[in-house]
Design a protein around this ligand. Structure first.
Ligand SMILES: NC(=O)c1ccc[n+]([C@@H]2O[C@H](COP(=O)([O-])OP(=O)(O)OC[C@H]3O[C@@H](n4cnc5c(N)ncnc54)[C@H](O)[C@@H]3O)[C@@H](O)[C@H]2O)c1
Length: 369
């Protein structure tokens, strides 16, 4: 019998580091809906507004406030909770900030991740750790085909190199220690940029659009022709949940590192202009024209970064669910509701989108979700 997410996570203790951020908030809501008992570890709520506050998540979870770089705090927290699962998201997640604050980015992303790994090395209870890094961990050689899990790690900017370094350290922790500990199940998950309601981080195209359109102004864009493998935040989250499930059910070999890419269908590669025009059709306050082009590029970001997700399909049975049109509609609907100021309605909409996503996955291919 194929066991579903509900069977896997209901009643389980799940610790999410970085739970107050964009991805962490969506995963928290999804796992609450699945009946899990959620513990969060973050240093702050990173944006205002924030998905964490709009969904009023703190009232339904146990929150630990502290710094992921503080190894003693991380070890004590994990020891106290004894979680069945840990999803590690906490990070300085912005390329732009890594240019203005490289030292802090390295501290948070590398030493913060190492705190979690070292704490787990000393942990006696059973736990499944899903360690989230990024597509930017790969050495970007501007190739047109997708990166595979066997490709080299690298990074030409500080954010990317912090993720590449963390990935190498995570692998070496696994190979040196964790794979010899029968109580630990461990996997690494890499995904690219995601879109979806509830993001307010700086220098992200959808967030810039919403901020401008809320004031009925055209958004300023810098790289109109750049294409991106746009994916909804629920896509990689479903991959992380599936990886946690397969690890916890001992479905994956422990002889090798269980690292997986989670990306959209390879046909999804629309330009920034396409995305903005399509999104503007979903959001009533967007002006005509919805964007103006400026030449001002604040920092360099790697172009042409695609992931090959065949390993996730073959070993986890995971594949993306939403089309590009559905991804845009989910995102546009969420921000339209936000602009209308119906914050209570947003809680229901978020739950509905998670539910719709799960139903679409089930009827398209997945029986486990
Ligand atoms: N959003 C994306 O498009 C994307 C793409 C690829 C990978 N990722 C990765 O996924 C993870 C989550 O991304 P996100 O977009 O949700 O990021 P986010 O910036 O929205 O959230 C980051 C979270 O980490 C916490 N945090 C930051 N520094 C901390 C510290 N020193 N101690 C404790 N907590 C700290 C913040 O409070 C917040 O909860 C990150 O590892 C990021 O690099 C994100």
């Amino acid at each position: 019998m194929v066991k579903d997410f509900n069977w896997c996570y209901s009643g389980k203790k799940v610790l999410i580091t970085g739970n107050t951020g964009f991805k962490g908030s969506w995963l928290t809501q999804w796992l609450i809906d699945l009946g899990a008992d959620i513990y969060g570890l973050s240093n702050s709520v990173p944006t205002n507004p924030s998905m964490f506050e709009i969904l009023d998540l703190e009232k339904n979870i146990t929150q630990y406030w502290g710094d992921i770089e503080d190894y003693q705090f991380v070890r004590k927290t994990i020891g106290e909770i004894k979680p069945d699962f840990i999803f590690h998201f906490a990070a300085q997640a912005l390329v732009g900030v890594s240019y203005s604050n490289p030292w802090q980015t390295i501290q948070t992303n590398v030493m913060g991740g190492a705190s979690v790994l070292e704490a787990i090395r000393h942990h006696d209870a059973n736990v499944t750790l899903v360690f989230i890094t990024s597509d930017k961990a790969y050495e970007n050689v501007e190739q047109i085909w997708g990166y595979r899990e066997c490709d080299r790690m690298g990074g030409k900017d500080i954010y990317s190199s912090s993720k590449g370094a963390m990935d190498i350290i995570a692998r070496s922790y696994y190979l040196s220690f964790l794979r010899h500990q029968s109580n630990i199940r461990f996997g690494i998950a890499r995904a690219g940029n995601v879109i979806g309601g509830g993001d307010w981080a700086k220098d992200r195209v959808v967030v810039d659009c919403v901020n401008a359109w809320q004031q009925e102004k055209s958004v300023e864009i810098r790289s109109p022709k750049a294409t991106r493998p746009w994916q909804h935040v629920l896509e990689p989250l479903s991959g992380y949940l599936r990886l946690g499930q397969c690890l916890s059910e001992n479905k994956l070999s422990t002889e090798k590192i269980n690292d997986f890419n989670f990306g959209p269908n390879s046909l999804v590669n629309q330009s920034v202009i396409d995305l903005i025009e399509d999104l503007s059709k979903c959001i009533e306050t967007s002006p005509t024209p919805p964007f103006i082009i400026t030449g001002d590029i604040p920092f360099q970001e790697s172009q042409l970064l695609k992931l090959n997700c065949e390993k996730a399909l073959s070993e986890l049975g995971w594949q993306p669910t939403l089309s590009y049109e559905e991804t845009v509609a989910f995102t546009g609907d969420w921000y339209s509701q936000f602009i209308k100021g119906d914050l209570k309605g947003l809680m229901n909409l978020t739950k509905r989108q998670i539910n719709t996503y799960s139903e679409l996955s089930k009827c398209r291919f997945a029986t486990w979700i």
